[in-house]
Write a protein that binds this ligand. Structure first.
Ligand SMILES: *[C@@H]1O[C@H](CO)[C@@H](O)[C@H](O)[C@H]1NC(C)=O
Ligand SMILES: *[C@@H]1O[C@H](CO)[C@@H](O)[C@H](O)[C@H]1NC(C)=O
Ligand SMILES: *[C@@H]1O[C@H](CO)[C@@H](O)[C@H](O)[C@H]1NC(C)=O
Ligand SMILES: *[C@@H]1O[C@H](CO)[C@@H](O)[C@H](O)[C@H]1NC(C)=O
Ligand SMILES: *[C@@H]1O[C@H](CO)[C@@H](O)[C@H](O)[C@H]1NC(C)=O
Ligand SMILES: *[C@@H]1O[C@H](CO)[C@@H](O)[C@H](O)[C@H]1NC(C)=O
Ligand SMILES: [Zn+2]
Length: 460
């Protein structure tokens, strides 16, 4: 993708002295922070992300846009001179949305704000016209199971998103993922679920669903928060509701996909690794800028910063940009299967997939002794006030490693508004702030480098 090189920012490299093992990690952290706040890397990560998001756009698993994104980043990494740049083949699903629409027919005609869910089947060429049953929970559906027969079931779970965004996401996603089969169990003909969104300007949020093969597969979509609530109010007033749903969605045979890997090799312990990562795939709406172009780009920048400074930690720092996270960590699972012999030598696995907003520090998943070490490193981030270390630190793509006891980390950032944009047309560059993306990259790099440069692997 040569034409894309033109839009890549040029990074000037001033010094080529080889700094190896003999340095203070403190001094390197200062250089990293200086580079992103006032040096050659100011704006670099944001501009890379903007080029990706604007020029390639969203990157649905199995779509050619994801392959283009991988080619573009890979070429740029090779040109930059990073170590061991390569792709690793994985098998990924290929779901296509096709055309889709939903109309409210009764009590009045209007277009509904709907997005089909990943993995859903389509409606067939004539669509589905059916009355509606709205339920707020699986329990309510069970009580009213007989009423759901031959209807479109609308799930409208309520939650206090302001108080607990992550907990609400977990609950509401349960309806997105499992709603269709629960409705099918009661004889429903389609299922629509309230978007898993903290707030909305009538924008539906998509995401993956899955079928319980005990029951017939029925089409599944999401509705904007506003439209789910409106249908709920019709039902409360005993007004009969009728919807027309048309979806061409289908799942084609699996295709070959790739995880993209690059490294800054370790100076003295190259076979021991700190892994930094984000996923390059996204949903097919918006630009996939926040989820997870940002996480992928800061992980790439970790290597670019160290390469530009010409420093190597004791251990290898490996950046992996995952394919097909959105359909359930597909690329990462296969990566783990191929690399599980590295579990004993993997010091830390890091994944940024919850935004690259103003960074506050690190979420860490590991033993208290390991967390103490991470806390001692956090002081190196005091100049940018990103010194918090809190428990947490999971991530879909790194979970195979953390489940085997490898310490994990994710970026602690000011992501209170993440679920307003996630998986919707609102996930664009406008959500992100260049200064904050730079700072996020610095936090990511300081931790990756300092932990890779410790005398020992993190205790587990
Ligand atoms: C490493 O640093 C120490 C002190 O900071 C210095 O005495 C030593 O000569 C350095 N070694 C090399 C190979 O540069
Ligand atoms: C990729 O996505 C575009 C836009 O939705 C679509 O037109 C195209 O058919 C998709 N390609 C594949 C291979 O799924
Ligand atoms: C709706 O119908 C139910 C059951 O017939 C009744 O109990 C309820 O009062 C009605 N609600 C309204 C707002 O008419
Ligand atoms: C790293 O692993 C490779 C392949 O297993 C081995 O050949 C090499 O000696 C190892 N290097 C070090 C420094 O342990
Ligand atoms: C530093 O960050 C914390 C949140 O991590 C915030 O509460 C505090 O106000 C910040 N301090 C300054 C001086 O910006
Ligand atoms: C971007 O973030 C920086 C640092 O957090 C802040 O000073 C600046 O005002 C923000 N810019 C916008 C446009 O919000
Ligand atoms: Zn994501």
């Amino acid at each position: 993708m040569l034409w894309l090189f033109l839009i890549l920012p040029v990074i000037s490299v001033t010094s080529r002295t080889i700094i190896t093992d003999n340095h203070s990690s403190n001094a390197i952290s200062d250089r990293i922070i200086e580079l992103v706040t006032q040096g050659a890397f100011r704006g670099v990560t944001y501009n890379r992300l903007a080029a990706l998001a604007d020029t390639i756009g969203p990157r649905l698993c199995g779509n050619e846009s994801l392959s283009k994104a991988i080619d573009w980043v890979q070429s740029a990494m090779i040109k930059e001179g990073l170590d061991n740049v390569h792709v690793e083949e994985v098998k990924i699903p290929h779901w296509v949305r096709g055309e889709e629409r939903a109309h409210l027919l009764q009590p009045r005609f209007t277009k509904l704000s709907m997005l089909g869910l990943g993995n859903s089947i389509g409606t067939g060429p004539t669509g589905i016209r059916a009355p509606v049953l709205v339920v707020r929970s699986f329990d309510e559906l069970n009580l009213r199971c007989a009423e759901a027969r031959n209807k479109i079931v609308v799930f409208n779970p309520q939650c206090d998103w302001k108080a607990q965004p992550l907990a609400c996401y977990g609950t509401v996603v349960g309806y997105r993922v499992g709603g269709a089969s629960s409705a099918a169990k009661c004889g429903a003909v389609a299922s629509l679920s309230r978007s898993a969104a903290s707030r909305s300007i009538d924008s539906p949020h998509t995401g993956v669903m899955s079928y319980d093969l005990t029951y017939p597969k029925i089409p599944a979509g999401s509705l904007s928060v506003e439209h789910a609530d409106m249908l709920d109010r019709f039902q409360q007033r005993n007004q009969s509701i009728e919807i027309y749903l048309y979806m061409e969605a289908q799942t084609l045979p699996d295709v070959v996909g790739y995880n993209l890997v690059a490294e800054v090799r370790g100076a003295s312990l190259p076979n021991e690794t700190v892994l930094v990562s984000g996923h390059l795939d996204s949903w097919d709406v918006g630009q996939g800028a926040m989820d997870d172009g940002g996480g992928a780009m800061i992980s790439w920048t970790v290597l670019s910063l160290l390469h530009s400074l010409n420093v190597r930690a004791k251990r290898t720092i490996r950046c992996v940009l995952w394919s097909c996270e959105e359909f359930g960590g597909i690329g990462a699972e296969q990566y783990f299967t191929a690399h599980q012999s590295e579990v004993p030598k993997m010091s830390l696995v890091m994944e940024s997939d919850l935004g690259v907003f103003h960074p506050q520090g690190l979420q860490f998943l590991g033993k208290p002794q390991a967390q103490q070490i991470v806390e001692s490193i956090s002081k190196q981030l005091s100049s940018i006030n990103a010194t918090q270390v809190v428990s947490g630190g999971g991530g879909e793509d790194i979970s195979p490693w953390t489940q085997r006891g490898v310490p994990g980390a994710s970026l602690l950032n000011d992501n209170w508004d993440y679920f307003a944009y996630h998986h919707s047309n609102g996930d664009t560059m406008n959500v992100l702030n260049s200064t904050d993306v730079d700072l996020a990259a610095a936090v990511w790099a300081v931790y990756a480098f300092s932990i890779a440069d410790l005398d020992n692997l993190l205790p587990r």
